[in-house]
Design a protein around this ligand. Structure first.
Ligand SMILES: Nc1ncnc2c1ncn2[C@@H]1O[C@H](COP(=O)(O)OP(=O)(O)OP(=O)(O)O)[C@@H](O)[C@H]1O
Ligand SMILES: [Mg+2]
Length: 334
């Protein structure tokens, strides 16, 4: 093959493109009737409104939430029993961990439970999704893990009814590396969270999409795991690896660690794929799978950009209802 063959091929391609363009122009001229508009009648009303809301969503200015210190926290009116520490975990990205962390925590808060959400992901999606911007906070969970700051000092109380937050900032991205050289590096979060037992009904940890040291800290600190699984291709991909990590931590560092529940997320009832994935996951985990399924919903994906949980952003929609149902199921699992 000669060195100019590439150029020749480029020329041929140019000619082909030009002749295709002429062909397309001719076809456009000859077209008499416009294409039939797509039939959206199958789509539910919520999803069909997407374009209109996308525009509003860009225009809307989100007001950041007011930040109080822990000493200003509203007094808790009920007696708190045994605190449950649940890590929301799946090293696969984008499966609905943060969406579940925010909305389940808020739904439990609405049910008069005392809930703390720890954002353990440097992306900080649980923090921004609750209207707490990184530039508003001085300390984050990083300072607890690596700077010896007391955990109470980083808690932002009453972000929503019954819900407190420990935010993440970009500083946390360094923790993965900095923890490596520290003593008792896997136990940092457990030790910090230990002092909060008895102060909350539920403590949720929103994990990053990896099996690094931050996730190991969550596995050591947690009583149980809540595993969201997206109803998509390769849903169970990586789950074996996650279960292996769980077993290793259980054998060495946290003997009582177990699965609390597996949650099917982004379920689309119009597709057979969602049903197949749901059957496959139920076949694999059996009764471990929550009865409640989180549907795919545009409002659930919009709510974080307004800094609101779904129970505030669209309280009467199917997304809010699904997380309220999940909260009830979580309570009934004890
Ligand atoms: N039920 C749902 N319906 C529609 N969109 C959803 C739903 N759940 C989550 N999403 C959207 O899917 C994307 C991923 O969700 P989310 O951030 O909760 O996943 P994640 O597992 O926390 O991701 P990461 O691994 O990056 O932390 C987000 O844009 C979110 O708004
Ligand atoms: Mg997340």
């Amino acid at each position: 093959m000669g060195i100019f063959d590439g150029l020749k091929r480029d020329k041929t391609t140019e000619e082909t493109i030009a002749s295709n363009e002429n062909e397309e122009e001719k076809q456009l001229e000859n077209r008499e009737t416009p294409e039939e508009p797509e039939d959206f009648s199958e789509l539910d009303a919520e999803n069909a409104e997407i374009t209109e809301r996308e525009v509003n969503h860009v225009i809307q200015e989100v007001e950041p939430r007011k930040i109080k210190s822990f000493s200003e926290k509203k007094p808790v009116k009920h007696t708190i029993g045994q605190t449950k520490v649940l890590a929301i975990i799946n090293q696969k990205g984008g499966v609905g961990k943060s969406t579940t962390a925010i909305n389940l925590a808020a739904a439990l808060g609405d049910m008069k439970k005392q809930v703390l959400l720890i954002d353990l992901d440097p992306q900080g999606n649980s923090s921004s999704g609750l209207g707490i911007e990184k530039n508003q906070v001085n300390h984050c969970v990083y300072d607890v893990l690596l700077n010896g700051v007391l955990i109470e000092e980083v808690i932002i109380p009453d972000v929503c009814d019954g819900l407190d937050l420990i935010p993440a900032t970009i500083n946390l991205a360094g923790a993965e590396v900095e923890l490596v050289s520290e003593m008792a590096r896997e136990n940092r979060l457990k030790d910090a969270v230990g002092s909060l037992r008895g102060k909350y009904d539920y403590i949720f940890i929103d994990c990053p999409p990896s099996l690094g040291l931050l996730t190991v800290n969550a596995l050591v600190a947690a009583d149980k795991l809540l595993i969201p699984i997206q109803c998509e291709f390769y849903a169970l991909e990586g789950v074996t690896k996650l279960l292996d990590s769980m077993k290793r931590v259980k054998n060495i560092l946290n003997p009582r660690l177990d699965i609390f529940g597996v949650l099917l997320t982004m379920y689309d009832s119009r597709t057979t794929l969602s049903r197949q994935v749901s059957d496959e996951v139920r076949g694999y985990f059996g009764k471990g799978v929550f009865k409640t399924i989180i549907p795919r919903s545009v409002k659930l994906s919009e709510a974080p950009s307004f800094g609101q949980p779904i129970t505030e952003y669209d309280p009467s929609g199917k997304g809010a209802q699904s997380y309220i149902d999940l909260a009830k199921e979580v309570v009934s699992r004890g």
